[in-house]
Write a protein that binds this ligand. Structure first.
Ligand code: NAD
Length: 382
């Protein structure tokens, strides 16, 4: 089991690597930060410094504590320097061959008891581990953005992972103040799989012309209590990123119709309308007045939109439970702490009533005759 005296290495100093390094330093470890681009490391350190300064300003820590945390971060220029690490967390580009190549190099550098972990969102943990001489020390540690704020970490054992590595990684994440959950090594793990209908069903409703984006967003916020509606959230995540995740999950599930990507979103990506970061997505962000996301719309219009999207989300959570992607508790925790859902979806299903969820799905199935609306076996049995 690792303790705070053990050195941790984070490889990839982009959005996620920066956050993970920050978390590990707060937990008391000395942290080596490596990136193939030295400028990325400098930028990451500047940003961590900025966040620490803000924590001091807000009274969350004193100056000495912030300095001590920052003093634990070391920019590393070559991989050989990480030889005394007990844990390596990789957060580089999402590419199987490049990740395998990196871990093969690392195997020749670190000691036999160093845990090797990937923060991949969509690649198979077992496939990355498959390139190693000793895959039993390999595990997925999937943090959420921004890593210092989001409590969830999906802990994903590969089929090759040793039991002791599994439990000590889980324990370590708890020691880091995180909320870890075990997830099966299947496409999208828990969160990126169960969240798909939030986007895809909203897109379908829009494509059918049943409601516009503002009405659907309002339904999910006002009736469901979601912090952002689906279109607002897709604009925020970026359509390039969100479309890619949907497409990867769909392809990885051998074109399962529930995950089918949307042409509307594909066209936004092709047009360069990537959302907030490009100034335009479903909404326009170029004017001084932000898009009005709070409209007064009659509940009678909003309710069926919410009922449809939540039924598909709950069905997806039920299916993840049915296939053992996570325990029921893990699935509910994951959606609350990985993507800030107001309630766990299985608890929500129970509250709404399983029969109501089944009826909504059956009605949709009767109209569309599409497999995407088939109730999960979990719902049939419950
Ligand atoms: N961004 C998210 O919301 C998010 C959330 C969870 C997981 N992830 C996963 O985390 C990983 C990193 O994502 P990100 O958003 O931080 O990407 P990013 O593009 O912000 O950062 C990636 C960094 O890795 C560096 N890099 C690329 N190849 C490298 C190599 N071979 N060796 C060393 N450094 C290399 C790049 O220079 C870059 O600084 C990906 O696997 C992604 O799927 C991302």
């Amino acid at each position: 089991m690792l303790n705070a005296q053990d050195k941790v290495t984070v490889i990839g100093a982009g959005t996620m690597g920066m956050g993970i390094a920050h978390v590990a330093a707060i937990a008391g470890h000395e942290v080596y930060l490596y990136d193939r681009d030295p400028k990325a490391i400098q930028k990451a350190l500047e940003k961590i410094q900025y966040f620490l300064n803000r924590s001091v300003e807000k009274g969350r820590m004193d100056d000495a504590q912030a300095k001590a945390i920052f003093g634990k971060l070391y920019a590393i220029e070559n991989l050989e320097s990480v030889s005394d690490s007990r844990l390596i967390v990789e957060a580089i580009v999402e590419n199987l061959e490049i990740k395998q190549d990196l871990f093969q190099k690392l195997e020749g550098i670190v000691a036999d008891d160093c845990i090797l972990a990937s923060n991949t969102s969509s690649l198979s943990i077992s496939a990355i581990a498959g390139g190693l001489k000793n895959p039993s020390r390999f595990i997925g540690l999937h943090f959420f953005n921004p890593a210092p704020l989001m409590k969830l970490v999906e802990v994903i054992p590969a089929v090759q992972t040793d039991e002791a590595i599994k439990s000590s990684s889980f324990q370590l994440m708890e020691n880091w103040g995180k909320l870890p959950v075990y997830a099966k090594d299947t496409p999208g793990f828990i969160v990126n799989r169960v969240a798909r209908p939030f986007y895809s069903e909203a897109l379908r409703i829009l494509e059918e012309g049943l409601a516009n984006e503002l009405t659907i967003d309002t339904a999910m916020k006002e009736i469901g209590g979601f912090k952002m509606g689906p279109f607002q959230l897709m604009d925020f995540i970026g359509h390039d990123v969100n479309f890619k995740v949907t497409e990867t999950v769909w392809k990885s599930f051998y074109h399962e119709p529930r995950y089918k990507p949307s042409f509307t979103q594909k066209n936004l990506v092709a047009a360069g309308y990537l959302g907030k970061k490009s100034g335009k997505g479903f909404y326009d962000y170029t004017s001084d007045t932000p898009p009005d996301q709070q409209m007064k719309i009659e509940r009678a219009i909003l309710q069926p939109l919410f009922d449809r999207i939540i039924a598909l989300l709950i069905n997806e959570a039920c299916d993840a439970a049915f296939w053992g992607v996570g325990s029921e508790e893990a699935i509910d925790t994951a959606m609350q702490y990985g993507v800030n859902y107001p309630k766990g979806l299985l608890a929500w299903g129970k509250e709404i009533g399983w029969d109501k969820i089944k009826n909504t799905l059956n009605e949709l199935h009767t109209i569309y005759r599409e497999e995407r609306y088939r109730p999960s076996p979990y719902l049939i049995k419950v």
